[in-house]
Ligand binder design. Structure first.
Ligand SMILES: Nc1ncnc2c1ncn2[C@@H]1O[C@H](COP(=O)(O)OP(=O)(O)OP(=O)(O)O)[C@@H](O)[C@H]1O
Length: 445
């Protein structure tokens, strides 16, 4: 039966008989028993249908097509129900339907494709893909070509792929080249690669709006182009914080169906202008030292963070300094509001009785100054002087350094356990002040 975008008919899946129904935004198929009574229904929202193909078709691990006249194959998002990542891990579901005639098969494929166009208006058509062949275990190319590209092809997304040959190539491309026609940018790499792309896109957006990124008083323009992240780095913190799992297929499926997750972005300024943007972690003290140390051991791959983390922890360094921060209203911005950390880590699962239990060090900002943080009147800067092993803070902070060493280290070491908690960190030698300003940008899968 056919009406508008609706269609209903008897179909077979293997040897079992089903009644398949397309009701515009929903596609259901219900198993029937011998007396034609409903047994079990499988429902897929049309928005989560990845593609429809004539014949018996397989995509992963490799493409196989058997163009049988009376068969069509539907691919869709399937949520995995195993392990701790319940529902967050997505796989490609595939069902092959047999129908009595070729005419009916063609009706089904036509209607499903039309429903897809109508009910998935936010899907990308054309993407610019940057692959970092150097990140993580150096498997970016393989991950993209074996797991991701076949899904994009199935979904009818055309891609312009650039395998980078140097650091900052992706950023420079986004700042200078013509981006007309691209619905989004895909990052195949880790957090460093994501950061490059973030800088490129935010910078490009400000250029196009005629805004100066170096001016702390300017309200930056939110970035309309999305960034999709295919995890192929060492820690992939931003991917984990936005998608909930580190899995290239899950990420690719989110990109295909046009999911998006707005991200807060901090801009870090010093007197002369913009230093860097960050979405995950700025490390002063411990975190900055771990990043600086780990770069020396990149040959170790992802293990470098464990090694460097241990070494820096054992060295027990602290820095004298002055930290100034602007208290936020805890009711509006508690990091324990249970809406941000997707990892279900023990820290965020604990009660909010002590708001900042991460640190018990007397020199640390949160444990020793929690009362001050919560009771200060809004809008007044608070100054803390002492020795700091690690400073973790939120959106508006100034670091007034007295004896820091090493480079300014911004980034996201070891992100998967630390999740999306924003932090602030290592002040550079000779840089007297770092202040953070939050801007909202759109991004990701
Ligand atoms: N072709 C290239 N050669 C060398 N470096 C590159 C190249 N392409 C990108 N880069 C740089 O490599 C750095 C690290 O890459 P990436 O973030 O992908 O991996 P990672 O550091 O192993 O992972 P994570 O950041 O998640 O810990 C990035 O800062 C990026 O600027």
């Amino acid at each position: 039966m056919e009406t508008g975008l609706q269609l209903e008919s008897t179909v077979w899946v293997g040897s079992k008989i089903y009644r398949a129904v397309l009701t515009g935004w929903q596609f259901n198929w219900t198993e029937l028993d011998k007396k034609n009574r409903d047994k079990k229904t499988i429902s897929v929202p049309v928005a989560e249908v990845v593609g429809v193909e004539e014949g018996r078709v397989e995509i992963l691990p490799q493409k196989l097509i058997d163009d049988t006249d009376k068969v069509f194959t539907v691919f869709y998002v399937k949520r995995s129900s195993t392990g701790s990542s319940y529902g967050l891990l997505w796989t490609l579901g595939r069902t092959q339907f047999s129908v009595p005639s070729r005419v009916l098969r063609d009706q089904w494929t036509k209607h499903l494709r039309a429903a897809l166009k109508t009910h998935s208006p936010v899907r990308p058509n054309r993407l610019l893909v940057f692959i970092n062949p150097y990140g993580g275990k150096k498997k970016g190319r393989k991950i993209y070509h074996s797991l991701v590209a076949p899904l994009f092809e199935l979904a009818g997304i055309s891609c312009h792929v650039i395998v980078t040959e140097r650091a900052n190539q992706a950023r420079d491309h986004l700042l200078k080249k013509d981006l007309t026609g691209f619905d989004g940018v895909v990052c195949v790499g880790g957090d460093g690669m994501f950061s490059e792309i973030l800088h490129g896109l935010i910078g490009r957006t400000q250029q196009e709006a005629g805004l100066c990124e170096n001016d702390l008083t300017v309200t930056l323009q939110p970035c309309q182009r999305h960034i999709g992240i295919i995890p192929a780095g060492s820690t992939d913190c931003v991917c984990y914080a936005t998608v909930g799992v580190i899995d290239p297929v899950t990420s690719a499926l989110h990109i295909i169906i046009g999911d998006s997750q707005p991200l807060d972005v901090c801009s870090v300024h010093q007197a002369s202008g913009l230093v860097r943007y960050s979405v995950s972690l700025l490390g002063y003290g411990f975190y900055g030292d771990v990043l600086a140390e780990s770069e020396k051991h990149r040959w170790m791959g992802p293990l470098r963070y464990d090694y460097s983390g241990t070494m820096v922890y054992l060295s027990n360094r602290s820095y004298a300094g002055i930290v100034q921060y602007l208290p936020a209203d805890p009711l509006l911005s508690s990091p324990r509001d249970r809406t941000r950390c997707l990892s279900g880590c023990s820290v965020c699962s604990r009660s909010t009785e002590r708001l900042f239990p991460h640190s018990s060090d007397a020199g640390s900002l949160y444990s020793s100054h929690y009362n001050q943080f919560s009771s200060d009147s809004e809008g007044e800067w608070v100054t803390v002087e002492g020795r700091f092993r690690c400073v973790v803070s939120h959106l508006h902070v100034q670091l007034v350094s007295q004896e820091s060493s090493g480079p300014l280290s911004l980034g996201s070491p070891g992100g998967r356990h630390w999740g999306p908690h924003p932090g602030v960190g290592h002040s550079p030698s000779g840089i007297p002040q770092v202040s953070l300003q939050a801007h909202k940008h759109r991004g990701s899968v």
